[in-house]
Write a protein that binds this ligand. Structure first.
Ligand SMILES: Nc1ncnc2c1ncn2[C@@H]1O[C@H](COP(=O)(O)OP(=O)(O)OP(=O)(O)O)[C@@H](O)[C@H]1O
Length: 195
């Protein structure tokens, strides 16, 4: 059975930046854990790289076969978009290590399905003021900054990632992303130590 290193953290804590650097580190040999989505493919995205682009029918098929691990639906202005993780055989097949990004909720569901020996949480933490500054700086670079959505996420994160929920998920170790390269190095060392 493979191992899944699962990155979690509040918005703008640096999950994507960390993911990209860990993935590029050939010494770690990490594969992408690709999840499924019913949202339309965006420019530059490739089937099976960012996501598997699929539909509700496929989700129902996984569900029927007991292979749907977790799913979440967001009500967007374009209608509902569902993201889900399915047991499509990739993890069980070999001894590889995978890199995923998710929420505390999805982490708990994956752990329930695969067990502790497969799931390795990587929780990223940044001081709130610093994180808000990064979120604002990132938003300002967008052609149409969505400050309201940024604030909504900031507030929602305080509930979703409350200390109580972090403890409930069984997260022990936390990786502080003050300096990106140092943080990535620390996580890389952790991954090597358990691989
Ligand atoms: N250590 C760091 N120091 C300064 N800026 C950082 C650091 N880490 C990440 N950033 C910047 O902070 C912003 C948020 O990072 P990133 O998009 O990786 O976060 P995220 O957790 O994936 O966010 P979201 O969940 O909102 O998509 C980006 O502009 C990124 O370049």
């Amino acid at each position: 059975m493979g191992k899944i290193f699962y990155i979690m953290g509040k918005s703008s804590s640096g999950k994507d930046s960390i993911y990209r650097k860990l993935e590029a580190d050939e010494g770690l040999g990490l594969e992408r854990l690709v999840i499924y989505t019913t949202r339309p493919v965006r420019d530059g995205e490739k089937e099976g790289r960012e996501y598997y682009f699929t539909d509700e029918k496929k989700l129902e098929e996984f569900k029927k076969n007991g292979k749907l691990i977790e799913s979440r639906t967001y009500e967007t202005v374009y209608g509902p978009w569902t993201y889900f993780t399915a047991d499509d055989g990739q993890v069980a097949a070999g001894n590889k290590s995978y890199l995923g990004i998710g929420t505390l909720e999805s982490y708990m569901q994956l752990r329930e399905y695969y067990g502790d020996d497969v799931m390795y949480p990587v929780y990223i933490q940044v001081e709130d003021g610093e994180r808000l500054e990064r979120a604002l700086a990132r938003e300002k670079t967008q052609e149409n900054p969505k400050y309201e959505e940024m604030c909504r996420r900031f507030l929602a994160d305080q509930m979703d990632f409350s200390e109580e929920n972090i403890l409930k998920a069984g997260i022990g170790r936390r990786f502080r992303n003050h300096n990106l390269d140092e943080c990535v190095k620390e996580i890389g060392n952790y991954i090597k130590s358990v691989q």
